[in-house]
Design a protein around this ligand. Sequence first.
Ligand code: COA
Length: 160
Amino acid sequence: MAKVIYPGTFDPVTNGHLDIIKRAVELFEEVIVTVAKNPSKTCLFTIEERVEMLKESLKGFNRVKVDWFDGLVVEHARNVGAVGIIRGLRAVSDFEYEFQMALMNRKLADDITTILLMPHARYTYLNSTIVRNLAQFNGKVSDFVPEIVDKKLKEKFGSK
Ligand code: COA
């Protein structure tokens, strides 16, 4: 039984991410969902907001923690004593990016293994950008995100 991290930008967390977390919890002793500061992306939500939304969304989950990191994902894995990095694979289009990242992370830290999990098929087309865009133009996002995220998106965009 091992500890793993699930890193991502989570801007914001979606039901697709929760699906991956549920699957990871069935396989591992502890799952640390870790929010990346990720300077390569301009985020709608601050790191504190992203962490808070995850914590609220994961309230009913046992053996799951939420934290954040700034730097290399493998270093964070080492710091928290994780032996693996969980990533989601939604479609073939994700594969090349995930494959490159997994091999680079292995080069950096051979003792930390990347584990790719596939979410339910209903989430294959979902990502945080689509959710943000929908919310911005007053589209209904409640089928795709936890309740707290729906609420926060409405607050951000001043919609009802
Ligand atoms: N359901 C729904 N959407 C999903 C999903 C799922 N199961 N899995 C991924 N996504 C979406 C995300 O919402 C996100 O959407 P967006 O781009 O529209 O915002 C997109 O897929 C990318 O997801 P994410 O998992 O957040 O990846 P990322 O590329 O933004 O960040 C990090 C991945 C955090 C690991 C990485 O970029 C990082 O910051 N690493 C630190 C630096 C480092 O270690 N580099 C060396 C490694 S090569």
